[in-house]
Write a protein that binds this ligand. Structure first.
Ligand SMILES: Nc1nc2c(ncn2[C@@H]2O[C@H](COP(=O)(O)OP(=O)(O)OP(=O)(O)O)[C@@H](O)[C@H]2O)c(=O)[nH]1
Ligand SMILES: [Zn+2]
Length: 371
């Protein structure tokens, strides 16, 4: 990697991993209360029962097999890609003592009966949502991705990839994407012609952490390579010979030459809208703005008198299909929330039962002593 140390200001050795004052404060709080000497490290890849970590000055990722203080019952508390952790040396191993508080996460909703939410990436500043210009675009998918990103607290940026393939349709594609991306910047790019790469590269500020989202073949890897000027990621053609993606040499925390970091997470196939409805609300903030002017507070924007949403549709300000998609995502979000609540309730009941039984057993033992 090229180093850009032309300025005289000494940079913190952790800067290249995305170290920030927020993370520093979180680390200090943990380190000060520990009896051990702890070092901060960043997780480049999560593994079952451990994590690959990066420490400054140590080239290769180390494997940290034990997670001491992360809750064992909740997989969401186990280290994931992008996490900052406090580690200590133990013989030849690094032990993860604590997972530091996260900001900006990407969470896969646990929708199956017993499934937990799974944190795919942590401490993410920006998510670049890639949608290929020659395939649609699929605005419904885009809205799902946007909801997911907003709910996790990261900032979405949209990239219309393979721009040159859209030909004359490009302006139409851009307009459509922009019409559903309220609040997110849209970049029109091509890894092949170089269109829009400079503008995008300017947004990849040093020390910021990015995740790329998009369907397989959307051009994510090609874009990272083109924007960084290096073949950092395997693209479609190369992978053909390798069979399958996450091979042994696969690095999940990539440092771009400009200083930004890219977390390469396994493909997000299913996009379940998070139960946290704030993501959907934020994605559809334009529709919500109309809804605020409806006559009735509990307006369902169907056929009520004085419905400002329907009025906006009649006036051509709002696409009726967008309203339909909003309703659908809100329902899904509500459903996922209630399932999550149900799971939490069941877990709590289980815990209470176990506690109750333990108390009864203890009581029985005690009484046994008296007799
Ligand atoms: N014409 C054209 N093709 C592109 C462009 N960017 C990527 N491609 C092609 O699209 C295909 C998929 O690109 P990748 O970069 O591997 O896509 P990806 O999103 O990383 O795919 P996954 O790793 O499977 O998620 C490859 O054959 C690329 O050559 C572009 O700007 N223009
Ligand atoms: Zn209404």
């Amino acid at each position: 990697m090229t180093t850009h140390s032309t300025s005289s200001t000494p940079s913190h050795p952790l800067d290249s991993l995305g170290w920030t004052p927020r993370v520093e404060a979180a680390f200090d709080a943990v380190a000060l209360s520990s009896e051990h000497v702890l070092l901060p490290a960043r997780v480049s890849a999560a593994r079952r029962g451990g994590a690959e970590i990066r420490l400054p000055g140590i080239r290769d990722a180390a494997f940290a097999p034990a997670v001491r203080r992360a809750a064992h019952t909740d997989p969401a508390a186990a280290p994931c890609s992008g996490d900052w952790v406090a580690v200590r040396r133990s013989g030849d191993d690094w032990l993860v003592e604590a997972v530091l508080e996260r900001a900006g996460t990407l969470v896969r909703q646990g929708v199956a009966k017993d499934s937990h939410d799974q944190v795919l990436a942590a401490n993410v500043d920006y998510v670049l949502i890639c949608e290929a210009a020659d395939q649609g675009p699929n605005v419904g998918r885009l809205e799902r991705f946007l909801s997911l990103v907003w709910a996790g607290g990261a900032t979405p940026v949209v990239a219309i990839t393979k721009a040159e393939l859209a030909g004359d349709r490009l302006p139409e594609v851009v307009e459509l994407v922009e019409s559903v991306s309220s609040g997110a910047d849209v970049h029109t790019v091509s890894a092949h012609t170089g269109q829009g790469l400079e503008a995008l590269a300017a947004r990849l500020r040093p020390g910021t952490t990015w995740v790329l989202l998009g369907t397989s073949g959307a051009g994510k890897s090609s874009l990272v390579n083109a924007v960084s000027g290096h073949a950092l990621m395997d693209t479609g053609e190369i992978r053909h010979d390798k069979r399958g993606r996450h091979t042994t040499t696969h690095r999940q925390l990539l440092a771009l030459p400009g200083g930004a970091l890219v977390l390469d997470i396994p493909g997000v196939r299913r996009i379940d809208v998070p139960g946290d409805e704030s993501g959907v609300d934020r994605t559809f903030s334009d529709v919500l703005a109309h809804a605020e002017r409806c006559r009735f507070r509990d307006c369902v924007h169907d056929a009520e008198p004085g419905c400002a949403v329907q009025a906006a549709i009649d006036e051509g300000e709002l696409d009726a299909r967008r309203l339909a998609r909003w309703n659908r995502l809100r329902r899904e979000s509500e459903w996922n929330r209630s399932r999550g609540d149900h799971r939490v309730r069941e877990e709590r009941t289980r815990q209470w039962k176990a506690l109750d039984k333990a108390a009864r057993d203890a009581g029985r033992r005690k009484r046994g002593h008296h007799h």
